[in-house]
Design a protein around this ligand. Sequence first.
Ligand code: ADP
Length: 461
Amino acid sequence: MKVVFCSSEVFPFAKTGGLADVSGALPFALADKNCKVKVFMPLYKGISPQKVNDDFGITKINSNIEIIFIKNDSYFMRGSLYGTSAGDYPDNLERFSFYSQKVIEITKKMNFRPDIVHCNDWQASGVIIYLKTKYKDDSFFANSKTVLTVHNLAYQGLFDKDKFPVLGISWDYFSVPYLEYYGKINLLKGGIVFSDMVNTVSPTYARQVQDKEYGCGLDGVLKEKGSRLTGILNAIDYKVWNPSKDRFIYKRYSSAALDGKYVNKSRFQKEHGLTVKKGNFLIGMVSRLAEQKGIDILSKVLNSVLGKYQVVILGTGDEKYHKILKRKARKYRDSFSLHLKFDEGLAHRIYAGCDAFLMPSRFEPCGLSQMISYKYATVPIVNHTGGLVDTVMDYNDNGGGFVFNDYSGKALSKTIDRAYGVFCDKKRWSALLKKISKYNFSWAKTAQEYINMYKKCLSLP
Ligand code: ADP
């Protein structure tokens, strides 16, 4: 099967969140299952492809997969991927519609006739929109089907109506059945409407987005997809996330010998000015600092949590949360370690060094950190929503984490206390760590689910 895979971020070339993890793993797992895959992403600053011409760069991974980097220096050679702390880049429509058209043109130029064009999120939705509008009569794609994966419905690619001509398609498509959304252009909506199949990144989120509460205004459009909408749980790339091979952490360890974990904890505490004591409960969080991630409820109870336990947070995001967290960090110097930045190595050391990992998300399409935590024998504490429902069962139900059901600071802090209760019982805690570090969320199985979806898609009228 031939697959064009389109994503605005692909690990290790560029990453702001889970989309990059998925795009850096799924296409490779598909290639391992004998799909021929071309991955398309923008050529951002700092990426050095094996070859570059005027239009694109290319890095060949093996005979089944290559990465193609769309080149446009004025659009993509910038400090960040989508915007600065002041907001999104104002020309994001220009940037990602350019990217989308180039994907199509380069695919043709390379004479690579895809069975499946698999696009991710609003940034790549343009590829599907163009295939079903501008290129709808192009015989080159006559046998191609389109798949859209929605990693997070809260980011839709909304733009003012007066920018519509940038897309270069008929105004007929600026209408409610297509791209119009309350007077604005909505790229994700266009991708959903035009795609042959849509999937979200967990079965629970796929159900939730069809309801008003989680649908972000697109619940109706998603519901209309009927059996063309599905949920496939993300997985983890154990080549990247594996404490027995991890080059970032202080000491390597495995589920068979978890002792090394305590070295990681004490070295981390020491390096970051936290009191070094085995009995101190160290809780970590690595996250975009957005409301979605539950920072609002965490902030409310942080004083009391920091009075009892140690906390490390690594993240960037809303300035509002930066300020709140900075204030707390000044007050709780020996129990709170705060890092307002993006740092891959530090993230690994947090997963390895902490006892527990916080994901108090208000909503969570899938979430990868809980699965990463398991591998590092770090116990997730999560809100019962989206992909967290599909991956974390409560300790009391024989599961591997601690789950709360009521989105509030009080429920969160009670659940942390409950986890601490088990932590104090050495025998029960080490049995729990042993169990979770053996859980398996690998891409091989998930890639097969994608291939099955592609096959279903190819059989559709
Ligand atoms: P989302 O995609 O919504 O941000 P996920 O849980 O799906 O959330 O994926 C988050 C990924 O990004 C994980 O690999 C996490 O470790 C990583 N990450 C998030 N923030 C940072 C940061 N500040 N530094 C390093 N890695 C980060």
